[in-house]
Design a protein around this ligand. Structure first.
Ligand SMILES: NC(=O)c1ccc[n+]([C@@H]2O[C@H](COP(=O)([O-])OP(=O)(O)OC[C@H]3O[C@@H](n4cnc5c(N)ncnc54)[C@H](OP(=O)(O)O)[C@@H]3O)[C@@H](O)[C@H]2O)c1
Length: 343
């Protein structure tokens, strides 16, 4: 039953949680942060560099904005770094609206990176114009879900090699949102969920639906990676992270009234992008206890009742099957990483 007081309490309790400054060392590690030219992604990348990562790849759709972010991080590193070995910060182009761009990015990573310890899948968009399409699907679905998981799948072999060669746990964190609690996800009852995201679909709950799909797909991926691991426990931890309400550019495409209300809300309660990035860092550092879990404002937490329900689990399997077909259509063989047990 819809209970506004319970919703408000749930939000406030998490929003007011203190988030300590991250202190896990990333010395020697290689990290990719998508959407790292601004907002939470930039601040997370800055933390990784400060915490000694050997290489931080800023995956950005605008190289110019990415270079500005790199200069900004390097400037702050002159004062705040925790190790003497300098971090190499690089800007690589990645546009999640284009499958070609995702494929080129991942192939480059596979060829040029000798290891990949962390993939922070942070880039996402919030739009309300359903006429904006990318690769045949509404642009937000392509960006936040299909391309995000295409990238995750294409990078998993490199992460698996990293874990085996250096005997480390690698981490994939997909950034989600409280909004996953508020969507009715009506598409789950249609014969093909992703076909509902072709032109002409209703947009009211679309952002929340993409984030719910991210939650379900990450949960399923975590379980499948364990099943496909010879040891029964994947050396790659997969989790989701909700940073809470934060000041950033995310809401720039909303109607003016929505922008105004969110500006008021974030002015009163919102975290800064840096504070929000601490929630992402906490999830990345969450380790095995966070595998397949939802990390809300820095702690492993319960996702929405729908995610935990039998109905949610059935929707998860259905969406997973469809997404695997879509990914195989884009990059044949890409899903084998979760179906083959390594020898
Ligand atoms: N802010 C909040 O209150 C809040 C709350 C819950 C969850 N989140 C999540 O936190 C994450 C970071 O968002 P933010 O608040 O930092 O928003 P933001 O400032 O708008 O940052 C989003 C980043 O994603 C990039 N991006 C968007 N579409 C892309 C595409 N097609 N290809 C490549 N990059 C793309 C953006 O690049 P451009 O600069 O080129 O657009 C930007 O770098 C998102 O996953 C968001 O859903 C935010």
């Amino acid at each position: 039953m819809f209970n506004p007081l319970a919703i408000a309490w749930h939000f406030l309790e998490r929003q007011l949680r203190p988030l300590p400054v991250p202190d896990t060392s990333y010395a020697g590690r290689t990290v990719i942060v998508t959407g790292a030219n601004g907002g939470l992604g930039l601040e997370a990348a800055r933390h990784f560099a400060r915490l000694g990562a050997a290489r931080v790849v800023l995956a950005c759709r605008s190289t110019e904005r990415g270079e500005a972010a790199k200069a900004d991080i390097e400037q702050s590193l002159t004062t705040g770094t925790t190790t003497s070995t300098p971090t190499v910060v690089e800007v690589w182009p990645l546009d999640l609206c284009s499958f070609d761009s995702v494929r080129a990015f991942c192939r480059r990573a596979d060829a040029e990176l000798d290891r990949l310890d962390v993939l922070l899948a942070n880039a996402a968009m919030l739009i309300i114009d359903g006429a904006q399409m990318a690769e045949g699907y509404e642009m937000q679905v392509t960006t936040n879900v299909i391309s995000t998981f295409l990238m995750v799948f294409m990078l998993l072999p490199l992460m698996r090699r990293t874990a085996a060669r250096w005997n480390v746990e690698a981490a994939v964190t997909v950034v989600v949102s409280e909004a996953h609690f508020w969507t009715r996800f009506v598409q789950k009852d249609q014969p093909r969920i992703f076909e509902c995201f072709r032109p002409g679909g209703a947009m009211q709950e679309r952002y929340g639906t993409t984030k719910l799909l991210d939650m379900l797909m990450a949960q399923e991926l975590a379980a499948r990676l364990d099943a496909a691991s010879a040891a029964g426990a994947s050396p790659i931890v997969v989790n989701t992270a909700n940073p809470g309400l934060c000041k950033s550019s995310l809401f720039r495409n909303l109607f003016l009234v929505g922008q105004f209300l969110l500006a008021v809300g974030t002015a009163i309660l919102g975290r800064t992008s840096e504070q929000g990035s601490r929630a992402l860092m906490a999830a990345v550092a969450g380790g095995r206890e966070s595998h397949g879990k939802y990390v809300d404002s820095g702690r492993v937490d319960e996702p929405s009742a729908f995610v935990l329900s039998e109905e949610g689990k059935a929707a998860q399997k259905k969406a997973w099957g469809e997404l695997m077909e879509i990914l195989e259509g884009i990059e044949p063989g890409v899903t084998a990483v979760v179906t083959q047990v390594p020898s």
